[in-house]
Design a binder for this molecule. Structure first.
Ligand SMILES: Cc1cc2nc3c(=O)[nH]c(=O)nc-3n(C[C@H](O)[C@H](O)[C@H](O)COP(=O)(O)O)c2cc1C
Length: 231
């Protein structure tokens, strides 16, 4: 199985340490690991031209930089998004990465491979913000088409250092082990739930009277408007 970690920070602090705890749980002979570290591997802000949505993702001015990242995402069975909470949200580095993937939301041109993946969101905050950051990232994975999404967030009440120095570190390790088991189970038995099917059908109806030719042509080419489904 292929596990791709997308880190919203290059900082080797709380988030990195907790992501590493998860990766340790997933270590076995069958698993391969890959990583995108932001902003090192991608650092361009979306210019707002909407070319990706309207004219095709290859018309994005940053296509040559973002497309190798999309290829990594497509290959992965499990996508881990890791980010600290910065001013109540994910890091800016992660947000600008996600902005470049708007074209592959369910409402536009979802990639077939997404419906067979599992997602895991790992967040850490000093005080508050885990809930809203998790919600934002869950939303992104869901609208990419990822049907099963897990999350784990830690509120450290401390800035700097990493979780291993905290008094509740044993609790964190135990919780991570439990969550990693749930993720592994989902990877073994992948399924597409009602919510994904429901939204796919809603967007199928909108594509039947679609306003964006690039999207409509895509749905037609996949035969999704004729009853075929990507799951
Ligand atoms: C620029 C910046 C903004 C932050 N904003 C928040 C915030 O809005 N809410 C919060 O609870 N913690 C905030 N923090 C604290 C971090 O989320 C927290 O320390 C986190 O565990 C850091 O993760 P890291 O060690 O992986 O970098 C902020 C830290 C930084 C550097």
């Amino acid at each position: 199985m292929k596990i791709l970690t997308i880190m919203g920070t290059p900082h080797k602090g709380n988030t990195r340490a907790i992501v590493d705890l998860f990766l340790k749980e997933f270590e076995n002979d069958n698993n391969e690991f890959d990583e995108i570290v932001l902003p090192i591997d991608f650092n361009k802000p979306c210019m707002g031209c909407a070319n990706c949505i309207l004219n095709g993702e290859d018309k994005c001015p940053h296509y040559n930089d973002i497309n190798p990242m999309v290829e990594k995402i497509e290959k992965a069975d499990l996508i881990i998004l890791g980010t600290p909470v910065f001013v109540g949200s994910c890091t800016g580095s992660l947000k600008l990465f996600l902005d470049h993937l708007a074209y592959m939301w369910l409402v536009h041109r979802p990639k077939e491979s997404m419906f067979n993946k599992v997602g895991l969101i790992v967040t850490s905050a000093g005080g508050s913000g885990v809930k809203q950051t998790t919600k934002l990232l869950k939303n992104n994975l869901f609208y990419w088409g990822v049907p099963q999404i897990f999350n784990y967030g830690v509120t450290t009440m401390k800035m700097g250092g990493n979780y291993s120095e905290y008094k509740d570190k044993d609790k964190i390790i135990k919780q991570v082990k439990k969550k990693a088991k749930e993720v592994s189970k989902a990877l073994e038995k992948r399924k597409v739930g009602f919510k994904t099917k429901f939204f796919f059908n809603i967007f199928k109806m909108t594509q039947k009277n679609g306003w964006n030719k690039t999207d409509v042509d895509y749905w037609k080419s996949k035969e999704w408007l004729n009853g075929k489904r990507p799951f």
